[in-house]
Design a protein around this ligand. Structure first.
Ligand code: ATP
Length: 213
C-alpha cells in the first residue's frame, strides 16, 4: 500500500507554494497526499478567513485532479488541531501503513513547541522541505530527536510505519500566505501566486481584501 502523506496548515489562503510542494512530494514519495486544514492552529494567530472560506478555496484549488486530496477531520473535531491527536487517529485507522507528516523547514524548526512533539516520531515519518528565505537550523532538542533518523526519501523507510526524517527536495518557491494576504489587502491581485480555480469562486478572496495584512 502506498504511504499516506499529510500536509497540514492553515491554508489562509491556499497558494501555489502549497500545491507545488504537495504534488512534488506525492511524486518523490510515491504516496497518497492529503491536505489537512487546521481549525484552531495551536501555534498560530487565528486565520483571517473562516474554516468554511478556507475549505471553499481549497476545494476550488484541487478541482480537476485527484492526486491531492482534502482531509477535513481537524475541522470536524472540537478544540485545537493538535497533530499528535490527528496522527493517533490516522494510526488507529491505517494500521501499519507508513504515514508521513510533511512540513516546511520553518514549521519543522518550531516542532519542539508542538503538543507532545516527541510522540510524533513514533506515529509517523516526518518529511521536511526547504523553504526559501528560511535558514534550516534546528534547535538543540530537535537535533537530538532527529539524530539517527535521517533517511533517504528513496530508501527503506517505506518498510516501516514511522520514525524516519526525510528531506524532500522540491522546487523552491518563495510564496507565503502572508504575502498573498498583504497583496490582496493592498488592493493588488496576485493572479499567478494562486491556483486558477480560486478565481472561479465568486467573492472567495474578498475576506482578504477587507482585512489588514
Ligand atoms: P503564513 O504565511 O500564513 O504563515 P504559509 O504560506 O506558511 O502561511 P501554511 O498554511 O501555514 O502556509 O503552511 C502549511 C505548510 O506548508 C507548512 O508546513 C509550511 O511550512 C508549508 N509551506 C507553505 N508554503 C510553502 C512554500 N512556498 N515552500 C515550502 N513549504 C511551504
Amino acid at each position: 500500500m502506498k504511504p499516506l502523506a499529510i500536509l497540514g496548515g492553515t491554508f489562509d489562503p491556499v497558494h501555489i507554494g502549497h500545491l507545488c510542494v504537495a504534488w512534488e512530494a506525492a511524486e518523490l514519495l510515491d504516496a497518497e497526499v492529503r491536505l489537512m486544514p487546521a481549525r484552531v492552529p495551536p501555534h498560530r494567530t487565528p486565520p483571517v478567513a473562516s474554516a468554511e472560506q478556507r475549505v471553499a478555496l481549497l476545494r476550488a484549488a484541487l478541482a480537476g485532479q485527484d492526486r491531492l486530496q482534502l482531509d477535513l477531520r481537524e475541522l470536524e473535531r472540537d478544540g485545537p488541531s493538535y497533530s499528535v491527536d490527528t496522527l493517533e487517529a490516522l494510526r488507529a485507522e491505517q494500521g501499519d501503513r507508513p504515514l508521513v507528516l510533511m512540513m516546511g523547514a520553518d514549521a519543522f524548526a518550531g516542532l519542539p513547541g508542538w503538543h507532545r512533539w516527541q510522540r510524533l516520531f513514533e506515529l509517523a515519518h516526518i518529511g521536511v522541505f526547504a523553504r526559501p528565505g528560511f535558514e534550516a537550523a534546528w534547535p538543540a532538542d530537535l537535533e537530538a530527536a532527529i539524530a539517527g533518523r535521517l533517511a533517504d526519501p528513496v530508501g527503506d523507510w517505506r518498510g516501516r510505519p514511522a520514525g524516519a526524517v526525510l528531506t524532500l527536495e522540491v522546487t523552491p518557491l518563495e510564496i507565503s500566505a502572508t504575502r498573498v494576504r498583504r497583496l490582496l489587502a493592498a488592493g493588488r491581485l496576485p493572479r499567478y501566486l494562486l491556483p486558477e480555480g480560486v478565481f472561479g469562486v465568486p467573492a472567495s478572496l474578498d475576506v482578504y481584501r477587507r482585512a489588514p495584512g
